[in-house]
Design a protein around this ligand. Structure first.
Ligand code: MG
Length: 390
């Protein structure tokens, strides 16, 4: 009988949150003992209520105060602590009874609560790559100071973690992140001018939330993952490569100093890396779909077209510059993606706005957390103001 692990899910009603709950259900069916103790959502209280009935957590957090009131009106004598707002969230992150936080809020919003959980010494399964992108150094320092463990959920970084198993740091020559290429892999730069929100949201391999799906269409997702990999695994930008692999079967690779390469393969299903983060360094059984090589037929590879998907260049550049550059990059991208999803700007303007923000805002070296928040605010403000002129 394994020991009970209690879990908090930050962003339980989002794509990763829902998959995490499925993973927990499945592992428990296979004899494991995971209990969901806290569920956190921004505003989807209807789904949260269903999750509460199924998983019986000790408490929930609803970040949006109005929705929290709505949620309280659903309750009918359930033994449940309901927290709300930013302060309720911070109370649970620092004082809540849980062993592992699945950090899967979307975007910059995940940073503060993730840091709080690390300060409380919790293990954090990180699905929120933006946290690493904007404040990687601070996140790493916080984790080491409070002896908290940080584990990647992102499929590429989970793959690298698995390839690292049994290897010394000195043996690693480079990381090779695979990219599906997104829905616009075979479109010309001219054709990209007129793509619609619906086309951009139609990812060929992965079912994900809207923000990350747009990031996959611009390939910014891969740029963010290069930065995330840098902070998770400590390799410099020139030792992190990207290769386009449209089948999304190899989730990433590590090349070693002797020329050997290890790859991690699996069907494109986020439940597999989520489960690995929860059972690391061990593995437990799952019923998830297996690879049938005779059906896949071939695995293909090509270099990313950085003249078409220029945000890859912008991300490498921001990483090389360091300081608040990556926070500016991320915030400008979040704002531009938001504007694109609301049909206020065209697809190709996402990269234009990100580059304009990087050019306009002076980055700060070795920022503290307040300077990162300031850079984030400045970059958002810049992009929304620019959008007024178009
Ligand atoms: Mg990924």
């Amino acid at each position: 009988m394994s020991k009970r692990t209690s879990i908090a899910i930050l962003g339980s009603t989002g794509s990763i949150g829902r998959s995490s709950l499925d993973v927990i259900t499945s592992m428990n069916e296979h004899g494991e003992d995971y209990h969901v103790n806290y569920l956190v959502t921004n505003k989807n209280v209807d789904l949260l209520y269903q999750q509460v009935k199924k998983y019986a957590p000790a408490g929930v957090v609803i970040i949006d105060e109005k929705r929290a009131d709505q949620f309280r009106s659903y309750l009918n004598g359930e033994k449940l602590k309901v927290y709300s707002g930013e302060s309720g969230l911070m109370d649970v992150m620092s004082g809540g009874e849980f062993d592992v936080l699945i950090s899967s809020l979307v975007g910059f919003a995940g940073l503060r609560p993730t840091l709080k959980a690390l300060e409380a010494g919790k293990t954090v399964a990180l699905a929120n790559k933006e946290t690493m992108v904007v404040a990687g150094e601070i996140v790493n320092e916080t984790a080491s100071r409070y002896r908290a463990t940080l584990l990647p959920v992102d499929s590429e970084h989970s793959a690298i973690l698995q390839c690292f198993s049994g290897e010394g740091k000195k043996s690693v020559a480079k990381l090779i992140l695979t990219a599906s290429g997104g829905p616009f892999l075979n479109r010309s730069k001219e054709e990209l001018e007129n793509v619609t929100v619906e086309e951009a949201l139609n990812h060929p391999n992965w079912k994900m939330g809207n923000k990350i799906t747009i990031d996959s269409a611009t390939l910014m997702n891969k740029g963010l993952e290069v930065i995330e990999a840098h902070y998770l695994f400590g390799l410099p930008a020139d030792k992190i490569d990207i290769v386009v692999h449209p089948q999304s079967i190899i989730h990433s690779m590590v090349e070693f100093v002797d020329g050997s390469i290890k790859a991690q393969l699996g069907m494109p299903d986020m439940k597999i890396p989520i489960q690995y983060a929860l059972t690391y360094p061990e593995r437990v059984e799952s019923k998830y779909q297996r690879i049938d090589f005779s059906r896949i037929g071939q695995l293909t590879f090509m270099p990313p077209d950085i003249e078409k998907f220029t945000l890859i260049k912008s991300a490498y550049e921001a990483l090389r510059q360091g300081g608040t550059s990556t926070a500016i990059l991320n915030a400008a991208n979040e704002a531009a993606v938001d504007l694109f999803l609301r049909r206020r700007i065209r697809f190709m303007q996402i990269s234009e706005f990100v580059d304009a923000a990087l050019g306009a805002i002076e980055p700060k070296k070795s920022p503290d957390i307040d300077e990162i928040f300031e850079a984030d605010r400045d970059a958002r403000k810049f992009v929304y103001a620019e959008a007024e002129h178009v």
